[in-house]
Ligand binder design. Structure first.
Ligand code: FAD
Ligand code: A2P
Length: 268
């Protein structure tokens, strides 16, 4: 089996950075050229990275934040202090090259869910990234009558990338009309005051989000969900969704919800 971390870099795996935007001192997004042969489903992730000091590629999993139809690839990234990759990656500039292994995979894809009428996208932190792809994917609005995007961070500034992306959708020439009023955006913070506050788990369990948005409570006959956050968040959201009667699906067995890790935590 090919070892992704140690495989030599070949020319097709190098992509050029086209733009970089820093959102906070811990978050940035960037765009790179797309290999013409790369096909992926909106919501999937790939391995990207830089050459390490030892001359071997230093690669990490990253959700593709751009939709499958985009000419370029977008990524939304944390800056981990002393993180092997992101302590370097945060300094990339347009014209620099990154490594991209063109083997997309993942469970946050439409194919892994049974048909339904409402889609819940539930994320914390950089777990928003796969949903940045799916929110720009026409299939999302073809398949569902309503799409509810819940994103929770500690502080307001950490919501900025998601907020700007959601706000840009209505003017998007390709999908603006499709989005219409189908999309409901529910950002919350937990450690700084903002319009809506609280953990996603708490807002679902208490019913606050249903009340605030004027929606019926979750029903496994109608509702589908995609989840992306820390391991603790994913674990706790799964329990909430199961209480509503939703079951976890996969590419091989589509059901009512799917889950992906936004990152692997310390010591796990
Ligand atoms: P690492 O050694 O990889 O991580 C060091 C520590 O930093 C981790 O133990 C953890 O505690 C913390 N950490 C790592 N990533 C994050 C994060 N995203 N948010 C909060 N804390 C973190 N990262 C992204 O920034 N954007 C993505 O789209 C993304 N998609 C991923 C998809 C999958 C399926 C997985 C498994 C991970 C994903 N990651 C994503 C995490 C990414 O792979 C790296 O862990 C991250 O880029 C940090 O790399 P590093 O080498 O600097 O530090
Ligand atoms: P909180 O501030 O109450 O811990 P982090 O930065 O630690 O990854 O957290 C990102 C966001 O996810 C924070 O708003 C945090 O809320 C929330 N969060 C962390 N763990 C959980 C969990 N187990 N269930 C629900 N929300 C969580």
């Amino acid at each position: 089996m090919r070892d992704e971390m140690n495989a030599p870099v070949t020319l097709p795996d190098a992509q050029t950075v086209t733009s970089v935007k820093h959102w906070t001192d811990r978050l940035f997004s960037f765009r790179v050229t797309r290999p013409p042969s790369l096909r992926f489903r909106s919501g999937e992730f790939v391995m990207i990275g830089l050459m390490g000091d030892t001359g071997k590629p230093l690669l990490r999993a990253y959700s593709i934040a751009s939709p499958a139809w985009d000419d370029e690839l977008e990524f939304y990234s944390i800056k981990v202090p002393d993180g092997p990759l992101t302590s370097k990656l945060q300094h990339i500039q347009p014209g620099d090259q990154i490594i991209l292994r063109p083997k997309p995979v993942g469970t946050l894809v439409h194919d892994a869910l049974l048909p339904g009428s409402r889609l819940w996208l539930l994320s914390t932190g950089t777990g928003f990234a796969p949903f940045a792809s799916l929110l720009r994917e026409p299939e999302t609005y073809e398949k569902y009558d309503q799409v509810i995007m819940m994103h929770t961070c500690r502080e307001v500034a950490e919501l900025a990338y998601g907020r700007q992306l959601v706000e840009s959708l209505k003017d998007d020439p390709l999908i603006g009309d499709m989005v219409g009023d189908k999309l409901k955006y529910y950002p919350t913070t937990t450690r700084e005051a903002s319009l809506h506050m609280g953990r996603i788990t708490d807002n679902l369990t208490s019913g606050k989000v249903f009340t605030d948005l004027g929606l019926a409570a979750m029903d496994p006959a109608e509702d589908r969900a995609m989840v992306c956050g820390s391991l603790a968040f994913n674990h706790d959201v799964k329990a909430v969704l199961e209480k509503f009667g939703l079951r976890e699906g996969a590419n091989s067995e589509p059901l009512e919800y799917v889950v992906e890790k936004a990152f692997v935590g310390d010591g796990i």
